[in-house]
Write a protein that binds this ligand. Structure first.
Ligand SMILES: Cc1cc2nc3c(=O)[nH]c(=O)nc-3n(C[C@H](O)[C@H](O)[C@H](O)COP(=O)(O)OP(=O)(O)OC[C@H]3O[C@@H](n4cnc5c(N)ncnc54)[C@H](O)[C@@H]3O)c2cc1C
Length: 310
C-alpha cells in the first residue's frame, strides 16, 4: 500500500486539518467491524452532533466529500485512502416517553432492543440481531427475525448537505427491503436522531422474544467471527445463502477471507483478510450463482472506494 501520508494538503482545507478532534490518515480497519480498511484522509469521531450542521455546510461550500459511519458493520472499506472527511457518529443517548423511545443516531440497536425490552416496550426485539447503530439501520432499513426498522420508526431527525435540519416522518423514508431514501435521493443527508413507537407488554414476554433472537443468531450465524452479516440481499422468493450453498461455495477461501461454513451468505475474516480477498469471493459467489441459477445477486453490504459492478 502506498504511503498516503505523503499526500500534500491543498491550502484551501487548512481549516479542516485544524478542526478540533480531526485526525489525519486514520486507519479505518479498527473502526470497522470487519477489521479491514485503508486510511481516512481526515477522520472525526463525534459523540455530540452539535458541530455537524456548520461543519457539513462548510464541507459543501468547499466541495469536500464526506462519509458518515455508525458502527461500520455494513461497510467494506475498499479504498487505500478514503478521500475527504470520514465522520464516525457515536452519539448514544436514549430517552423514553410513554410508548415512544427517542435515540441518538449512534445508539447501537442491541442496546435499544435491550432497554425497551426491560421497560416492557415491545416491537424492537429484532434489534438484538443487528449489531449496527440506529443511523445505519435506518439507512438500510435493517431487519431481522420478522421485524424491520420501517415497522417501528416514527421519524428521523436529519440534516441536509447545507446543514439545515429536517424531521422526516417514516412515511417519507421510502423504505423497502434494505432500502431507504437515505441510500438514494438523500444519500448525503445525515441522521442525527430518531423516534420509535413501541407497544406496552409485560417485560418478561418481551425479554423472552429478545433472548430467542439472540439464541437463533448464535445457532445460525458465525457471530464469533468478523463479518459484515449478509453479503447479498435475498432474491425474491429465495435465500442468497441457500443459492450460494447449492452452488457448492460454502467454506471457499481466498486469502484471509472465507465463505462461512456455518452460513453461506456470510464472508468471514479469518485474520489478515484484505478488501480484495472479500471482493474476489463476492465475484465468485455472484458468478457461480448466476451460472447455475441465472440469478444475479445484489450486494447488501456497502462497498466504499470501488465502483459497483454493473
Ligand atoms: C454479524 C452481523 C450480523 C448482521 N445481521 C444483520 C441482520 O440480521 N439484519 C440487518 O439488516 N443487518 C444485519 N447486519 C448488517 C448491519 O449490522 C446493519 O446493516 C446495520 O444497520 C448497519 O449499521 P451501522 O451503524 O454499522 O452502519 P454503517 O456500516 O456504519 O453504515 C451503513 C451505511 O449507513 C450510512 N450511515 C451510517 N450512519 C449514518 C447516519 N447517522 N446518517 C446517515 N448515514 C449513515 C453509511 O454511510 C453507510 O452507507 C449484520 C452485520 C453483522 C456484522
Amino acid at each position: 500500500m502506498p504511503d498516503t501520508r505523503a499526500t500534500p494538503r491543498p491550502p484551501s482545507i487548512d481549516w479542516l486539518a485544524s478542526f478540533p478532534g480531526i485526525r489525519e490518515h486514520e486507519p479505518l480497519a479498527p473502526q470497522s467491524w470487519y477489521g479491514i480498511g485503508g486510511r481516512a484522509r481526515y477522520f472525526l469521531e463525534l459523540s455530540d452532533p452539535a458541530p455537524l450542521p456548520e461543519l457539513v455546510a462548510r464541507l459543501n461550500t468547499d466541495s469536500l466529500p464526506y462519509l458518515v459511519i455508525g458502527a461500520a458493520t455494513n461497510i467494506l472499506f475498499a479504498a487505500a485512502e478514503q478521500p475527504g472527511l470520514t465522520i464516525k457518529l457515536s452519539s448514544a443517548t436514549l430517552s423514553m416517553n410513554g410508548n415512544a423511545v427517542s435515540v441518538a443516531a449512534g445508539t447501537l440497536m442491541p442496546r435499544l432492543a435491550a432497554e425497551t425490552a426491560k421497560a416492557g416496550m415491545a416491537g424492537l426485539e429484532f434489534g438484538a440481531g443487528v449489531p449496527g447503530s440506529v443511523g445505519g439501520s435506518i439507512v438500510g432499513n435493517a431487519g431481522a427475525f420478522g421485524g424491520e426498522v420501517k415497522d417501528r420508526l416514527v421519524s428521523a431527525e436529519v440534516i441536509d448537505e447545507a446543514g439545515q435540519s429536517h424531521t422526516v416522518p417514516a412515511a417519507e423514508c421510502a423504505f423497502g427491503y434494505r432500502e431507504s431514501i437515505f441510500k438514494r435521493a438523500r444519500q448525503h443527508w445525515i441522521i442525527l436522531a430518531a423516534t420509535f413507537r413501541t407497544t406496552p407488554e409485560p417485560g418478561l414476554a418481551v425479554r423472552a422474544r429478545l433472548l430467542d433472537v439472540q439464541k437463533h443468531r448464535r445457532a445460525t450465524q458465525p457471530i464469533e467471527q468478523r463479518s459484515l452479516g449478509s453479503t447479498f440481499k435475498n432474491p425474491p422468493g429465495d435465500s442468497a445463502g441457500r443459492l450460494i450453498d447449492a452452488a457448492g461455495l460454502k467454506g471457499m477461501r481466498i486469502g484471509g477471507a472465507q465463505i462461512s461454513p456455518k452460513h453461506a451468505n456470510f464472508i468471514v475474516n479469518l485474520g489478515g483478510a484484505t478488501a480484495d480477498d472479500v471482493l474476489a469471493l463476492m465475484a465468485e459467489m455472484r458468478d457461480r450463482v448466476f451460472e447455475r441459477f441465472g440469478i444475479e445477486l445484489e450486494p447488501e453490504v456497502r462497498i466504499i472506494g470501488q465502483a459497483p459492478r454493473g
